[in-house]
Ligand binder design. Structure first.
Ligand SMILES: [Zn+2]
Length: 628
């Protein structure tokens, strides 16, 4: 069979041979992922439906850090609003600290010495009370989850409150997402958190094993953190009592940072020679009060020796807290301002009043309004981490995806936007090329696993998670941007961000929204990239040039050598720089690996490329160029 497609007057495309598939209908590269039937919660256009609902969870937390005991203890009151159409007789609570109890499910599933370990003697929560209105509630703890049976069901539209008292020993390394180093504490997954109840999976009870991240409801937080008086604290939200925990000088410097937009040193290294001058008092403890609205989590860091820089973007006060020994961190306030400004422009304005980068013993981790980043010395590497973690404010802090199941919708989207941001801060860099090269090189070294599986299913002894969750989705989104055009793609991604802000999109919602926005059926694309480990390798097979009376006709035949189907973008250029471009659509490859493009030039072609450059995710650049 020889399919024939016409693109405009000058161009026709011929599939040369039909091979490899018994019938066209058998071509597995044209499979599409099975999507759920649209309903009133999620529409066929990928939008939240007329009846879309989502639970709301508000927290009031009082906690104390005891550095002598390396413990945090607290009590919290949770107000749970049931916006679902279902009556709920029990709630599921996430007890992430239990990952660090000896013998936890995660500790057994993954090597203790691995990045996501951290279990040790004394690890895990001590839960001392679970009550409602003063009365104890039946509860059952299963590893990192706790089921709490309510005294009476919470009806649709109703609310219920419960209180939990707890404490835990802070692990030194908490799955590289929290931990401590000397007297510096980075605290996350630190309070019992409601599991998500949604229209797709009901209660989301996948355990915290280490590799998979989080899925959380939105709400408001009122948090009181009591720490030794010598400590500085950075946290999610706005500081409500600066007059109690900061000196007059520090408060004045913060006003300057907010108004001027320049980087202001709020606390400097040299000021630590007289601690009494930089703390309101130095004996006993002080309580820092924070409030955060419409966030899915709360994190904080504390240390008696933080240098503190501040600047601003719009109404957002940007803080950088770091040990003075972390020299490269002197640029972090400026880097942070760049990232927040860039993503605000590309996707939508950063909505929160603060943004705080905290240096410490975590390589790089994101929470609403807060990032934890290592004392990296290399400037460009430090930027990469800082910028990546700030990118997470858009995905998944604002677009609240299910990270426990779909890392690519979180890490992958972020890695994609990072390369755009980096090009502005480091104009000489070529991060897209870097991603394709990394992906192409890495997948030759281990058995690749597809993007579309849950993070905990990746073999921790291989780079599988890093490639499938970060690098490959960034390569995929570049390829998609190339396929649909940069402007339509950017507009569609922005729309996805807008309509799913503070909500819980599923993969099908993203697929449908993008297809509706750009007007293309992309089932084959999602299938190939997300649900297979196929790779794209489009090669130039042959070139035939013929002179006509006024022009040259150049026929370029190409070969799809990988299992991952992509269109073939053929560009031919003359010695004088005249060029013609023809895209062979995927349809031309139905049931065949080979097709040809006919181009017209004023002179013979000197140079021809197919899927050259970083936009097409081609893993083998060796066969993409022909030169006369
Ligand atoms: Zn990340």
């Amino acid at each position: 069979m020889i399919p024939r497609t016409t693109l405009g007057a000058l161009v026709f495309i011929v599939a040369l041979t039909s091979q490899g598939f018994a019938q066209n209908g058998d071509d597995p590269r044209f499979q599409t992922p099975p999507l759920p039937t649209p309903n009133s919660y999620r529409t066929g256009a990928g939008l939240p439906g007329a009846d879309y609902w989502q639970q709301r969870v508000d927290y009031q937390i009082r906690a104390t850090l005891d550095p002598a005991a390396t413990r945090v203890s607290g009590s919290e009151t949770i107000t749970y609003t049931n916006n679902s159409p279902d009556s709920l007789s029990y709630l599921w609570i996430q007890l992430d600290q239990n990952l660090f109890a000896l013998g936890s499910r995660g500790a057994q599933a993954f090597p203790e010495e691995g990045r996501f370990g951290g279990a040790g003697p004394g690890g895990g929560y001590e839960i001392s009370a679970v009550t409602s209105g003063g009365a104890p509630l039946d509860h059952r703890i299963n590893d990192t989850l706790m089921r709490v049976d309510l005294a009476s069901p919470v009806a649709p539209g109703g609310t219920t409150t419960l209180s939990i008292d707890w404490s835990f020993q802070v692990p030194v390394s908490g799955a590289d997402r929290m931990g401590r180093d000397g007297n510096l504490y980075l605290l996350a997954q630190w309070y019992p958190r409601l599991a998500v109840y949604d229209d797709v999976n009901g209660w989301n009870t996948m355990p915290y094993l280490g590799q998979g991240e989080f899925y959380l409801e939105y709400g408001d937080f009122d948090v009181e953190l009591t720490v030794p008086a010598t400590y500085f604290v950075g946290a999610t939200g706005s500081l409500l009592n600066p007059e109690e925990v900061l000196t007059a000088t520090q408060r004045e410097r913060l006003v300057l940072a907010r108004e001027g937009g320049e980087v202001v040193n709020v606390v400097t290294e040299s000021e630590f020679t007289d601690i009494t001058a930089i703390r309101p008092r130095t004996d006993g403890s002080l309580t820092w009060r924070f409030r955060a609205e419409n966030v899915r989590d709360f994190a904080w860091g504390a240390s008696p020796r933080f240098a503190w820089d501040a600047t601003s973007h719009g109404n957002t006060l940007i803080h950088s807290l770091y040990r003075p020994s972390a020299r490269a961190w002197r640029e972090v306030a400026q880097m942070s301002r760049h990232s927040i400004a860039f993503y605000s422009e590309y996707l939508g304005e950063y909505p929160y009043p603060t943004a705080t980068a905290i240096e410490g013993p975590v390589f790089g981790m994101e929470y609403p309004m807060v990032i934890f980043v290592a004392p990296e010395a290399d400037r460009e590497t430090l930027f990469d981490i800082i910028d990546h973690e700030w990118g997470h404010m858009w995905f998944p802090m604002i677009v609240g995806t299910d990270e426990r199941r779909y890392a690519w919708m979180d890490e992958g989207f972020d890695t994609f936007i990072n390369q755009l941001s980096k090009q502005e801060y480091f104009p000489e860099s070529e991060p897209e090329l870097l991603n394709v090269a990394q992906y192409a090189t890495a997948i030759r070294t281990y058995e690749e696993q597809p993007m579309g599986i849950a993070p905990d299913a990746y073999d921790p002894r291989t780079p599988a998670l890093g490639i499938a969750a970060y690098t490959k989705p960034a390569v995929m989104l570049n390829a998609l941007r190339g396929l649909v055009g940069a402007d339509p793609f950017d507009a569609a991604l922005k729309r996805y961000f807008e309509v799913w802000s503070y909500k819980h999109p599923q993969p099908a919602d993203f697929f449908r929204l993008i297809e509706d926005e750009v007007g293309m059926e992309l089932g084959w694309f999602w299938h190939n990239w997300i649900y297979t480990t196929g790779t794209s390798d489009v090669a130039i097979l042959g070139v035939d040039q013929n002179r006509n009376s006024e022009s040259w006709t150049v026929v370029v035949s190409v070969d799809q050598r990988g299992d991952l189907l992509m269109p073939a973008v053929v560009v031919a250029t003359t010695v004088d720089g005249a060029s013609d471009t023809v895209t062979i659509p995927v349809d031309a490859f139905y049931g065949t690996d080979r097709a040809a493009a006919t181009l017209t030039l004023p002179d013979r072609a000197e140079r021809i490329t197919v899927n050259g450059g970083p936009d097409w995710g081609d893993i083998n650049p060796q066969n993409n160029t022909w030169e006369r």
